[in-house]
Design a binder for this molecule. Structure first.
Ligand code: MG
Ligand code: ZN
Length: 392
């Protein structure tokens, strides 16, 4: 009895009863560079179709500044989501002292929870990388790739093949993945594939990032989301899936309004799959957000000789973004919307820091609570991790 008491003291503060812990599956969709104007295109340029954004009832806002910069990049942004702590721009799940911070996927792997990562960029790109790798710099794609075979990721889909099989150090990380039991495909993703939970699956469908929507990417994001959900939902103990619409950001950097519109439409479809899944699978939480806004995008009225035409939307970027001397438009730091659906969605209302996304997920799922075995011995112990915050 005495022993049990001591162990209880060691447990993290939140104690759930079995009934309260209602979130088993978490689907986090990140629209890279998707501010309020980007997501608003779904209401004006969706070919007259309803947008899945309208299905959310619980909405919040996040401040996305990094530890050192008021305006974040995608690496610091994803580090905040994956580790629950702010770091510097360029950091891949390391803190400001370059110390590795446990990522969400590393934490849940110890608890036998399955995980998946889907992106339209290289799978080693900043946003997906932060969920399974650690590096001082987002540009170390080959170092980041080395983490994937030994990470807890069970399903991944995106680009980045060359960082696995055509490396400057001649290591064959592609073979490492096969040795770890991955079934790999470098040609196509079949949404009807018969997936078995005893296997792991990896799709590397381009040397670097995938094609853009304007270049003809097709329904990869929707199909990969669907296949990931088919696979992960075969696991009874729950899963975490991160899906990134990576190229909303890239079209913003390129000040390509049509590109943003097409990438948001694509993201909307993937979001629809996640929401359909959550609709029929209670205990599933869907969160949609972004790391930051890109381009200072605004849905402005067209200027005519007679003044403003309030019936014609002319998407514009911040002043100077399209200047010839500017290679690409920058990120901005407007607050970013958070949409939540399903179990625990109420938790995401209000205005808070981007790091809270991680802590709210952990609170609702209990994924970072210690597990005690039948002899009251702690099997996994990850309390008080990543609680640090840094001065801006
Ligand atoms: Mg990204
Ligand atoms: Zn960017």
């Amino acid at each position: 009895m005495k022993k049990l008491f001591v162990l209880l003291l060691l447990l993290p503060v939140t104690v759930f009863t079995q009934e309260e812990k209602k979130v088993k599956n978490v689907i986090l969709l990140i629209g890279d560079g998707m501010g309020l104007s980007q997501m608003s295109t779904a209401y004006y340029f969706n070919d007259g179709k309803p947008t899945n954004f309208s299905r959310f009832k619980h909405i919040g806002l996040i401040n996305t500044s990094s530890a050192k910069e008021k305006i974040t990049d995608s690496a610091a942004g994803a580090t905040a989501f994956a580790c629950g702590a702010r770091s510097y721009n360029g950091a891949i799940s390391v803190d400001t002292n370059l110390k590795k911070m446990p990522t969400l996927i590393e934490i849940i792997e110890k608890k036998d929870i399955k995980s998946g990562v889907v992106a339209t960029s290289s799978i080693t790109h900043a946003t997906p990388a932060c969920f399974y790798a650690h590096s001082n710099s987002r540009s170390n794609a080959e170092d980041i790739a080395k983490y994937l075979p030994k990470s807890g990721v069970d399903f991944f889909a995106g680009g980045g093949l060359k960082f696995f099989n055509k490396r400057s150090d001649k290591l064959d990380i592609y073979r490492e993945l096969l040795k770890k039991g991955f079934i790999l495909d470098t040609t196509a993703l079949d949404p009807e594939l018969e997936v078995r939970i005893a296997k792991k699956y990896g799709f590397l469908l381009a040397d670097n990032g995938l094609e853009s929507k304007l270049e003809g990417r097709g329904d990869f994001l929707k199909d990969a989301t669907n296949l990931a959900l088919t696979y992960l939902s075969k696991w009874e103990d729950g899963f975490f899936l991160m899906v990134e619409g990576s190229q909303i950001d890239w079209e913003g950097h390129a000040t390509n309004a049509q590109g943003i519109i097409e990438e948001v439409k694509d993201f909307d479809k993937a979001m629809g799959e996640a929401l359909n899944f959550a609709e029929v699978n209670a205990n599933t939480l869907v969160i949609v957000t972004a790391d930051h806004e890109t381009g200072g995008f605004a849905l402005s009225p067209k200027q005519t000789e007679d003044g403003w035409d309030y019936n014609t939307i002319e998407p514009k970027f911040y002043e100077g973004a399209a200047d010839e001397s500017v290679e690409y438009a920058a990120h901005t730091t407007t607050l970013i919307p958070v949409f939540a659906y399903g179990a625990g969605a109420e938790e995401f209302m209000g205005i808070y820091d981007n790091t809270e996304i991680f802590h709210k997920i952990m609170k609702l799922t209990g994924w970072n609570e210690a597990v005690v075995d039948e002899n009251n011995q702690i099997k996994t112990n990850t309390p008080e991790i990543n609680k640090r915050t840094f001065d801006k």
